[in-house]
Design a protein around this ligand. Structure first.
Ligand SMILES: [Zn+2]
Length: 89
C-alpha cells in the first residue's frame, strides 16, 4: 500500500480495486505492534491540524493529506515523500 494511492477520503486505490480503509482492518508493521497485528480504522482527520510538517521531508503538509486514527496507533500516508508513517500514542 503506497501513500500516494490513498485519497483524502481514506480510500485506497490499488489500480484494480478501491478499498475504503475506514471499513477495513489494517495490518500493523511488526516493529510497532502494540496489542494486535491488525487494527480497525476508527476515523480520519486532516493531518495538518495535528502535524504541521512532514517528519520525513520537512515540507508543510498539504490539506489533502490525512491522518488515519486506528485503535491504538495513527497512520500518516505522507504523499509528499510517499511514505507510510506509523505513530504510537
Ligand atoms: Zn514528506
Amino acid at each position: 500500500m503506497a501513500a500516494v494511492d490513498i485519497d483524502s477520503n481514506g480510500v485506497w486505490n490499488s489500480g484494480k480495486r478501491r478499498v475504503d480503509l475506514l471499513t477495513a482492518k489494517l495490518p500493523i508493521p511488526e516493529k510497532i505492534i502494540v496489542v494486535n497485528d491488525e487494527e480497525a480504522c476508527l476515523f480520519l482527520v486532516q493531518a495538518n491540524e495535528y502535524i504541521e510538517f512532514c517528519p520525513e521531508c520537512r515540507n508543510k503538509l498539504d490539506d489533502d493529506i490525512i491522518l488515519l486514527v486506528l485503535e491504538t496507533v495513527r497512520l500518516l500516508p505522507a504523499k509528499c515523500c510517499n511514505r507510510m508513517m506509523w505513530f504510537v500514542e
